[in-house]
Design a protein. Structure first.
Length: 135
């Protein structure tokens, strides 16, 4: 099963978010056009090459547990827009995202069910270290 960690920005996240549910992680590449005109004897064919990698989604939700200190810290980071470290791993010895990010938080209060907080990365930061997608 996948795991999610958080910690102090500038360092690899080491505190596991055990209350996390439904972790979503996706990244992709933007492609640059490498098509050339040629000599005019044939219609050009469109080609491309990756020019940048980007984080498309890193989000998760947590059950509202007032005694959960990790939840409290994440809510405070979102409210203050404090840079934090996040790391995902897809299995016990797996790979995933590692970087410093800003997060947003949304509280769900259904009529029938558990209150949850939904967290989403709004922007990675390269202020002090590079993010990695398969570290």
């Amino acid at each position: 099963q996948g795991k999610l960690y958080y910690g102090t920005a500038n360092y690899t996240a080491a505190t596991q978010i055990t209350n996390a549910r439904d972790i979503n992680y996706a990244f992709s590449a933007d492609m640059g056009d490498t098509t050339v005109r040629g000599d005019g004897s044939a219609i050009p064919k469109k080609y491309g090459a990756p020019v940048l990698l980007k984080l498309d989604d890193l989000s998760w939700n947590m059950v509202n547990k007032p005694s959960d200190l990790v939840l409290t810290a994440l809510r405070a980071a979102a409210a203050a827009q404090t840079l934090i470290a996040l790391r995902t791993i897809d299995n016990a010895s797996g790979t995933g995202f590692d970087g410093d990010v800003y997060i947003d938080c949304k509280l769900g209060m259904p009529l029938n069910g558990e209150q949850t907080f939904d967290f989403k990365v709004t922007s990675p930061s390269n202020a002090n270290r590079e993010m990695s997608f398969n570290s």
